[in-house]
Ligand binder design. Structure first.
Ligand code: NAD
Ligand code: MG
Length: 372
Protein backbone atom coordinates (compact mmCIF):
# COMPACT_ATOMS: atom_id res chain seq x y z
CA UNK A 1 0.00 0.00 0.00
CA UNK A 2 1.29 3.41 -0.87
CA UNK A 3 -0.53 6.68 -0.34
CA UNK A 4 -0.19 10.10 -1.82
CA UNK A 5 -2.26 13.17 -1.19
CA UNK A 6 -2.78 16.10 -3.52
CA UNK A 7 -4.70 19.34 -3.00
CA UNK A 8 -7.15 20.33 -5.72
CA UNK A 9 -8.08 23.89 -6.60
CA UNK A 10 -11.27 23.53 -4.59
CA UNK A 11 -9.25 23.03 -1.34
CA UNK A 12 -10.56 19.48 -1.03
CA UNK A 13 -7.66 17.07 -0.96
CA UNK A 14 -7.64 13.93 -3.03
CA UNK A 15 -6.07 10.78 -1.60
CA UNK A 16 -4.62 8.13 -3.91
CA UNK A 17 -3.85 4.63 -2.62
CA UNK A 18 -2.43 1.70 -4.51
CA UNK A 19 -3.57 -1.84 -3.62
CA UNK A 20 -0.57 -4.09 -4.21
CA UNK A 21 -1.64 -7.42 -5.68
CA UNK A 22 1.02 -7.97 -8.34
CA UNK A 23 -0.49 -7.79 -11.81
CA UNK A 24 -3.93 -7.30 -10.23
CA UNK A 25 -2.84 -4.11 -8.43
CA UNK A 26 -5.17 -1.13 -8.72
CA UNK A 27 -5.65 2.42 -7.42
CA UNK A 28 -8.26 3.67 -4.93
CA UNK A 29 -8.96 7.39 -5.16
CA UNK A 30 -10.79 9.09 -2.28
CA UNK A 31 -12.03 12.66 -2.12
CA UNK A 32 -14.88 15.13 -2.30
CA UNK A 33 -16.36 15.79 -5.76
CA UNK A 34 -14.46 13.10 -7.69
CA UNK A 35 -17.54 12.41 -9.83
CA UNK A 36 -17.17 15.94 -11.21
CA UNK A 37 -13.63 15.24 -12.40
CA UNK A 38 -13.80 14.65 -16.17
CA UNK A 39 -10.48 12.83 -16.32
CA UNK A 40 -10.37 10.48 -13.32
CA UNK A 41 -13.02 7.95 -14.36
CA UNK A 42 -12.34 7.99 -18.09
CA UNK A 43 -8.67 7.23 -17.42
CA UNK A 44 -9.79 3.78 -16.26
CA UNK A 45 -12.08 3.05 -19.21
CA UNK A 46 -9.68 1.81 -21.85
CA UNK A 47 -12.09 0.75 -24.61
CA UNK A 48 -14.81 2.66 -26.45
CA UNK A 49 -17.67 1.22 -24.40
CA UNK A 50 -18.86 1.26 -20.82
CA UNK A 51 -21.83 -0.33 -19.07
CA UNK A 52 -22.95 1.34 -15.84
CA UNK A 53 -24.93 -0.81 -13.40
CA UNK A 54 -26.87 1.03 -10.69
CA UNK A 55 -30.23 0.88 -8.91
CA UNK A 56 -33.42 2.94 -8.84
CA UNK A 57 -32.36 4.83 -5.71
CA UNK A 58 -28.77 5.76 -6.66
CA UNK A 59 -29.46 6.11 -10.40
CA UNK A 60 -31.67 9.21 -10.10
CA UNK A 61 -28.98 10.85 -7.92
CA UNK A 62 -25.74 10.12 -9.79
CA UNK A 63 -26.26 8.22 -13.05
CA UNK A 64 -26.62 11.25 -15.35
CA UNK A 65 -23.44 12.80 -13.93
CA UNK A 66 -21.35 9.66 -14.41
CA UNK A 67 -22.84 8.89 -17.83
CA UNK A 68 -22.05 12.44 -19.04
CA UNK A 69 -18.39 12.17 -17.98
CA UNK A 70 -18.02 9.11 -20.17
CA UNK A 71 -20.02 10.41 -23.11
CA UNK A 72 -18.11 13.68 -23.11
CA UNK A 73 -14.98 11.55 -23.46
CA UNK A 74 -16.48 9.86 -26.53
CA UNK A 75 -17.50 6.58 -24.87
CA UNK A 76 -20.63 4.67 -25.82
CA UNK A 77 -22.54 4.06 -22.58
CA UNK A 78 -25.13 1.43 -21.67
CA UNK A 79 -26.98 2.08 -18.41
CA UNK A 80 -28.64 -0.73 -16.47
CA UNK A 81 -30.90 0.26 -13.56
CA UNK A 82 -31.91 -2.57 -11.23
CA UNK A 83 -34.47 -2.36 -8.40
CA UNK A 84 -32.92 -1.36 -5.05
CA UNK A 85 -32.39 -3.87 -2.24
CA UNK A 86 -30.44 -6.80 -0.85
CA UNK A 87 -33.30 -9.08 -1.97
CA UNK A 88 -32.42 -8.12 -5.56
CA UNK A 89 -28.85 -9.48 -5.27
CA UNK A 90 -29.94 -12.57 -7.16
CA UNK A 91 -29.34 -14.78 -10.15
CA UNK A 92 -32.37 -13.13 -11.75
CA UNK A 93 -30.81 -9.64 -11.53
CA UNK A 94 -27.52 -11.01 -12.84
CA UNK A 95 -29.36 -12.43 -15.87
CA UNK A 96 -31.04 -9.07 -16.47
CA UNK A 97 -27.58 -7.51 -16.64
CA UNK A 98 -26.36 -10.15 -19.11
CA UNK A 99 -29.56 -9.77 -21.16
CA UNK A 100 -28.86 -6.07 -21.68
CA UNK A 101 -25.12 -6.53 -22.32
CA UNK A 102 -25.81 -9.15 -24.98
CA UNK A 103 -28.75 -7.32 -26.56
CA UNK A 104 -26.59 -4.19 -26.85
CA UNK A 105 -23.71 -6.26 -28.22
CA UNK A 106 -21.27 -5.19 -25.52
CA UNK A 107 -17.93 -6.80 -26.37
CA UNK A 108 -15.04 -8.11 -24.27
CA UNK A 109 -13.49 -4.65 -24.09
CA UNK A 110 -16.54 -3.10 -22.44
CA UNK A 111 -15.75 -1.71 -18.99
CA UNK A 112 -18.43 -2.45 -16.42
CA UNK A 113 -18.97 0.26 -13.81
CA UNK A 114 -20.68 -0.40 -10.47
CA UNK A 115 -22.43 2.76 -9.26
CA UNK A 116 -23.99 2.14 -5.84
CA UNK A 117 -23.51 0.40 -2.50
CA UNK A 118 -22.25 -3.08 -1.75
CA UNK A 119 -25.20 -4.83 -3.35
CA UNK A 120 -24.54 -3.21 -6.74
CA UNK A 121 -20.76 -3.57 -6.29
CA UNK A 122 -20.91 -7.30 -5.50
CA UNK A 123 -23.38 -8.08 -8.28
CA UNK A 124 -21.65 -5.96 -10.92
CA UNK A 125 -18.26 -7.36 -9.97
CA UNK A 126 -19.53 -10.90 -10.42
CA UNK A 127 -21.16 -9.96 -13.74
CA UNK A 128 -17.82 -8.48 -14.86
CA UNK A 129 -15.95 -11.60 -13.72
CA UNK A 130 -18.14 -13.88 -15.80
CA UNK A 131 -19.38 -11.86 -18.79
CA UNK A 132 -17.39 -13.18 -21.76
CA UNK A 133 -15.07 -14.80 -19.17
CA UNK A 134 -14.16 -11.44 -17.70
CA UNK A 135 -14.34 -7.78 -18.68
CA UNK A 136 -12.71 -4.74 -17.02
CA UNK A 137 -14.52 -3.44 -13.96
CA UNK A 138 -14.50 -0.10 -12.08
CA UNK A 139 -16.13 0.46 -8.69
CA UNK A 140 -17.83 3.73 -7.75
CA UNK A 141 -19.01 2.89 -4.21
CA UNK A 142 -21.64 5.32 -2.88
CA UNK A 143 -22.22 4.06 0.67
CA UNK A 144 -19.70 4.37 3.50
CA UNK A 145 -19.81 0.59 3.93
CA UNK A 146 -18.90 -0.01 0.30
CA UNK A 147 -16.18 2.68 0.37
CA UNK A 148 -14.46 1.26 3.47
CA UNK A 149 -15.17 -2.43 3.06
CA UNK A 150 -16.91 -4.16 0.15
CA UNK A 151 -15.12 -2.35 -2.70
CA UNK A 152 -11.74 -3.51 -1.36
CA UNK A 153 -10.64 -7.12 -1.52
CA UNK A 154 -12.13 -8.51 -4.71
CA UNK A 155 -14.98 -10.58 -3.27
CA UNK A 156 -17.92 -10.42 -5.68
CA UNK A 157 -21.12 -12.39 -5.85
CA UNK A 158 -24.83 -12.83 -5.35
CA UNK A 159 -27.13 -14.51 -2.83
CA UNK A 160 -28.78 -17.92 -3.19
CA UNK A 161 -32.12 -18.72 -1.53
CA UNK A 162 -30.16 -21.13 0.72
CA UNK A 163 -27.45 -18.64 1.73
CA UNK A 164 -26.04 -15.13 1.42
CA UNK A 165 -23.08 -14.56 -0.93
CA UNK A 166 -22.97 -18.27 -1.80
CA UNK A 167 -22.34 -17.76 -5.53
CA UNK A 168 -19.40 -15.60 -6.52
CA UNK A 169 -15.81 -15.09 -7.54
CA UNK A 170 -12.68 -13.27 -6.50
CA UNK A 171 -12.30 -10.51 -9.09
CA UNK A 172 -10.30 -7.32 -8.65
CA UNK A 173 -11.40 -4.02 -10.22
CA UNK A 174 -9.25 -1.73 -12.42
CA UNK A 175 -9.91 1.11 -10.01
CA UNK A 176 -12.08 2.27 -7.12
CA UNK A 177 -13.35 5.86 -7.00
CA UNK A 178 -14.80 6.85 -3.61
CA UNK A 179 -16.45 10.27 -3.79
CA UNK A 180 -17.33 11.49 -0.29
CA UNK A 181 -19.85 13.92 -1.83
CA UNK A 182 -22.12 10.94 -2.50
CA UNK A 183 -22.34 10.24 1.23
CA UNK A 184 -24.33 13.44 1.73
CA UNK A 185 -27.46 11.79 0.33
CA UNK A 186 -26.95 8.61 2.35
CA UNK A 187 -29.45 7.99 5.21
CA UNK A 188 -27.90 8.39 8.69
CA UNK A 189 -28.62 4.78 9.56
CA UNK A 190 -26.61 3.57 6.55
CA UNK A 191 -23.72 5.90 7.46
CA UNK A 192 -23.63 4.43 10.98
CA UNK A 193 -23.58 0.92 9.52
CA UNK A 194 -20.45 1.85 7.56
CA UNK A 195 -18.85 3.34 10.68
CA UNK A 196 -19.09 -0.09 12.34
CA UNK A 197 -16.59 -1.49 9.83
CA UNK A 198 -14.35 1.59 10.26
CA UNK A 199 -14.29 1.06 14.05
CA UNK A 200 -13.60 -2.63 13.45
CA UNK A 201 -10.46 -1.81 11.45
CA UNK A 202 -9.12 0.31 14.31
CA UNK A 203 -10.05 -2.23 16.98
CA UNK A 204 -8.31 -5.21 15.38
CA UNK A 205 -5.30 -3.63 13.68
CA UNK A 206 -4.52 -0.07 14.65
CA UNK A 207 -4.95 1.35 18.17
CA UNK A 208 -3.84 4.89 17.16
CA UNK A 209 -6.54 4.85 14.44
CA UNK A 210 -9.06 3.74 17.07
CA UNK A 211 -8.02 6.77 19.16
CA UNK A 212 -8.46 8.98 16.10
CA UNK A 213 -11.98 7.63 15.42
CA UNK A 214 -12.87 8.24 19.06
CA UNK A 215 -11.67 11.86 18.84
CA UNK A 216 -13.50 12.43 15.53
CA UNK A 217 -16.70 10.44 15.89
CA UNK A 218 -18.91 13.54 16.06
CA UNK A 219 -17.39 14.87 12.83
CA UNK A 220 -17.86 11.52 11.15
CA UNK A 221 -21.51 11.29 12.16
CA UNK A 222 -21.97 14.90 10.94
CA UNK A 223 -20.43 13.88 7.57
CA UNK A 224 -17.40 16.17 7.76
CA UNK A 225 -15.68 15.55 4.42
CA UNK A 226 -12.08 15.58 5.63
CA UNK A 227 -12.85 13.23 8.52
CA UNK A 228 -14.77 10.89 6.25
CA UNK A 229 -11.95 10.88 3.68
CA UNK A 230 -9.36 9.99 6.32
CA UNK A 231 -11.53 7.24 7.80
CA UNK A 232 -11.99 5.76 4.32
CA UNK A 233 -8.27 6.04 3.55
CA UNK A 234 -7.15 4.33 6.74
CA UNK A 235 -9.83 1.63 6.43
CA UNK A 236 -8.86 0.88 2.83
CA UNK A 237 -5.17 0.76 3.79
CA UNK A 238 -5.85 -1.67 6.62
CA UNK A 239 -8.19 -3.92 4.64
CA UNK A 240 -5.94 -3.84 1.56
CA UNK A 241 -2.92 -4.86 3.63
CA UNK A 242 -4.81 -7.81 5.14
CA UNK A 243 -6.04 -8.82 1.67
CA UNK A 244 -2.55 -8.45 0.20
CA UNK A 245 -1.28 -10.95 2.76
CA UNK A 246 -4.21 -13.33 2.34
CA UNK A 247 -6.15 -12.59 -0.86
CA UNK A 248 -8.26 -15.78 -0.80
CA UNK A 249 -8.97 -16.06 2.92
CA UNK A 250 -6.60 -18.86 3.81
CA UNK A 251 -6.16 -17.53 7.34
CA UNK A 252 -5.35 -13.94 8.27
CA UNK A 253 -8.31 -12.46 6.38
CA UNK A 254 -10.61 -14.06 8.96
CA UNK A 255 -9.67 -11.31 11.45
CA UNK A 256 -11.89 -8.96 9.42
CA UNK A 257 -14.77 -10.94 10.91
CA UNK A 258 -14.28 -9.31 14.35
CA UNK A 259 -17.81 -8.82 15.75
CA UNK A 260 -19.25 -10.88 12.92
CA UNK A 261 -19.81 -14.22 14.70
CA UNK A 262 -22.19 -12.49 17.12
CA UNK A 263 -23.36 -10.14 14.37
CA UNK A 264 -24.37 -12.89 11.96
CA UNK A 265 -26.29 -14.60 14.77
CA UNK A 266 -28.22 -11.36 15.39
CA UNK A 267 -28.92 -10.85 11.67
CA UNK A 268 -30.20 -14.33 11.08
CA UNK A 269 -31.85 -14.71 14.51
CA UNK A 270 -33.97 -11.60 13.95
CA UNK A 271 -34.43 -12.33 10.24
CA UNK A 272 -32.21 -10.65 7.66
CA UNK A 273 -32.96 -6.98 7.11
CA UNK A 274 -34.33 -6.32 10.60
CA UNK A 275 -30.98 -4.90 11.71
CA UNK A 276 -28.52 -3.66 9.11
CA UNK A 277 -25.34 -5.73 8.84
CA UNK A 278 -23.28 -2.86 10.31
CA UNK A 279 -25.67 -2.54 13.25
CA UNK A 280 -25.33 -6.24 14.02
CA UNK A 281 -21.55 -6.03 13.68
CA UNK A 282 -21.42 -2.95 15.94
CA UNK A 283 -23.31 -4.80 18.67
CA UNK A 284 -21.28 -7.94 17.91
CA UNK A 285 -18.07 -6.02 18.60
CA UNK A 286 -19.41 -4.97 22.01
CA UNK A 287 -20.02 -8.67 22.71
CA UNK A 288 -16.56 -9.67 21.44
CA UNK A 289 -15.03 -6.97 23.65
CA UNK A 290 -17.00 -8.27 26.62
CA UNK A 291 -15.69 -11.78 25.92
CA UNK A 292 -12.14 -10.45 25.50
CA UNK A 293 -12.43 -8.70 28.86
CA UNK A 294 -13.78 -11.79 30.64
CA UNK A 295 -10.80 -13.77 29.32
CA UNK A 296 -8.41 -11.13 30.64
CA UNK A 297 -7.27 -9.89 27.20
CA UNK A 298 -8.42 -6.28 27.71
CA UNK A 299 -9.46 -4.33 30.79
CA UNK A 300 -12.95 -3.06 31.64
CA UNK A 301 -12.03 0.52 30.72
CA UNK A 302 -11.12 -0.61 27.18
CA UNK A 303 -14.36 -2.55 26.81
CA UNK A 304 -16.26 0.54 27.99
CA UNK A 305 -14.41 2.73 25.48
CA UNK A 306 -15.36 0.45 22.61
CA UNK A 307 -18.98 0.33 23.77
CA UNK A 308 -19.15 4.12 24.08
CA UNK A 309 -17.67 4.60 20.62
CA UNK A 310 -20.14 2.20 19.01
CA UNK A 311 -22.95 4.00 20.79
CA UNK A 312 -21.65 7.39 19.63
CA UNK A 313 -21.56 6.07 16.06
CA UNK A 314 -25.33 5.60 16.27
CA UNK A 315 -25.17 1.82 16.56
CA UNK A 316 -26.93 -0.54 19.01
CA UNK A 317 -24.90 -1.80 21.97
CA UNK A 318 -27.44 -4.18 23.55
CA UNK A 319 -28.17 -7.41 21.70
CA UNK A 320 -31.62 -8.90 21.22
CA UNK A 321 -32.54 -11.77 23.50
CA UNK A 322 -32.76 -14.72 21.14
CA UNK A 323 -32.59 -17.28 23.95
CA UNK A 324 -29.30 -18.95 24.91
CA UNK A 325 -29.92 -22.15 22.97
CA UNK A 326 -30.81 -20.28 19.79
CA UNK A 327 -27.75 -18.02 20.18
CA UNK A 328 -25.46 -21.04 20.38
CA UNK A 329 -27.10 -22.73 17.39
CA UNK A 330 -26.83 -19.60 15.28
CA UNK A 331 -23.17 -19.09 16.13
CA UNK A 332 -22.38 -22.72 15.40
CA UNK A 333 -23.58 -22.42 11.81
CA UNK A 334 -21.25 -19.48 11.25
CA UNK A 335 -18.68 -20.02 8.48
CA UNK A 336 -15.73 -19.69 10.84
CA UNK A 337 -16.89 -22.64 12.89
CA UNK A 338 -14.46 -25.41 11.99
CA UNK A 339 -13.92 -28.75 13.69
CA UNK A 340 -16.95 -28.42 15.95
CA UNK A 341 -15.67 -25.48 18.01
CA UNK A 342 -16.81 -21.91 17.51
CA UNK A 343 -13.78 -19.73 16.73
CA UNK A 344 -14.01 -16.16 17.96
CA UNK A 345 -12.02 -13.19 16.77
CA UNK A 346 -11.14 -11.32 19.95
CA UNK A 347 -8.81 -8.44 20.78
CA UNK A 348 -5.65 -8.81 22.86
CA UNK A 349 -5.02 -5.95 23.48
CA UNK A 350 -7.05 -3.26 21.64
CA UNK A 351 -5.50 -2.96 18.16
CA UNK A 352 -4.48 -6.60 17.88
CA UNK A 353 -6.56 -9.63 16.86
CA UNK A 354 -6.59 -13.10 18.38
CA UNK A 355 -8.49 -16.07 16.96
CA UNK A 356 -9.49 -18.60 19.58
CA UNK A 357 -12.15 -20.93 20.89
CA UNK A 358 -13.51 -20.04 24.34
CA UNK A 359 -14.82 -21.95 27.37
CA UNK A 360 -18.59 -22.38 27.17
CA UNK A 361 -19.25 -20.96 30.65
CA UNK A 362 -17.49 -17.68 29.79
CA UNK A 363 -19.41 -17.43 26.53
CA UNK A 364 -22.67 -17.89 28.43
CA UNK A 365 -21.66 -15.05 30.79
CA UNK A 366 -21.15 -12.76 27.80
CA UNK A 367 -24.52 -13.72 26.31
CA UNK A 368 -26.21 -13.01 29.65
CA UNK A 369 -24.42 -9.69 30.12
CA UNK A 370 -24.88 -8.31 26.61
CA UNK A 371 -28.45 -9.21 25.70
CA UNK A 372 -31.56 -7.32 26.73
P1 NAD B 1 -26.66 -1.34 -0.17
O1 NAD B 1 -25.89 -1.50 -1.41
O2 NAD B 1 -27.96 -2.04 -0.07
O3 NAD B 1 -26.90 0.22 0.11
C1 NAD B 1 -27.67 0.62 1.21
C2 NAD B 1 -28.85 1.52 0.78
O4 NAD B 1 -28.34 2.83 0.47
C3 NAD B 1 -29.55 1.04 -0.46
O5 NAD B 1 -30.93 1.35 -0.35
C4 NAD B 1 -28.92 1.89 -1.55
O6 NAD B 1 -29.69 2.00 -2.70
C5 NAD B 1 -28.77 3.21 -0.84
N1 NAD B 1 -27.73 4.10 -1.35
C6 NAD B 1 -26.52 3.76 -1.84
N2 NAD B 1 -25.79 4.86 -2.06
C7 NAD B 1 -26.56 5.92 -1.72
C8 NAD B 1 -26.34 7.32 -1.72
N3 NAD B 1 -25.15 7.85 -2.06
N4 NAD B 1 -27.35 8.11 -1.34
C9 NAD B 1 -28.54 7.59 -0.94
N5 NAD B 1 -28.79 6.26 -0.89
C10 NAD B 1 -27.80 5.45 -1.28
O7 NAD B 1 -25.83 -1.79 1.12
P2 NAD B 1 -24.29 -1.62 1.53
O8 NAD B 1 -24.32 -1.52 2.99
O9 NAD B 1 -23.61 -0.59 0.74
O10 NAD B 1 -23.67 -3.01 1.11
C11 NAD B 1 -24.16 -4.22 1.65
C12 NAD B 1 -23.82 -5.34 0.71
O11 NAD B 1 -22.41 -5.42 0.59
C13 NAD B 1 -24.29 -6.70 1.17
O12 NAD B 1 -24.89 -7.38 0.08
C14 NAD B 1 -23.03 -7.40 1.60
O13 NAD B 1 -23.09 -8.81 1.40
C15 NAD B 1 -22.01 -6.77 0.72
N6 NAD B 1 -20.64 -6.79 1.25
C16 NAD B 1 -19.66 -7.26 0.47
C17 NAD B 1 -18.36 -7.27 0.92
C18 NAD B 1 -17.27 -7.74 0.01
O14 NAD B 1 -16.15 -7.95 0.46
N7 NAD B 1 -17.53 -7.88 -1.26
C19 NAD B 1 -18.05 -6.79 2.19
C20 NAD B 1 -19.07 -6.30 2.97
C21 NAD B 1 -20.38 -6.29 2.49
MG1 MG C 1 -18.96 -6.93 7.52
Amino acid sequence: ISAESTMTASTHSTIALQVDLGERSYPITIGYGLLSNPELLTRHVAGKRAAIVTNDKVGPLYLAQVQKLLEDAGKQVTAIVLPDGEEEKTWNSLMKVFDVLLAEKCDRKTTMIALGGGVIGDLTGFAAASYMRGVPFVQIPTTLLSQVDSSVGGKTGINHPLGKNMIGAFYQPQAVIADTATLHTLPARELSAGLAEVIKHGAIIDAPFFDWIEANIDKLVAKDNAALAYSIQRSCEIKAEVVRQDEREGGLRAILNFGHTFGHAIESGLGYGEWLHGEAVGCGMVMAADLSQRLGFIDIATKDRLTALINAAGLPVVAPNLGTQRWLELMEVDKKNEGGQIKFILIKPLGQPLITSVPQDILLQTLAACTE
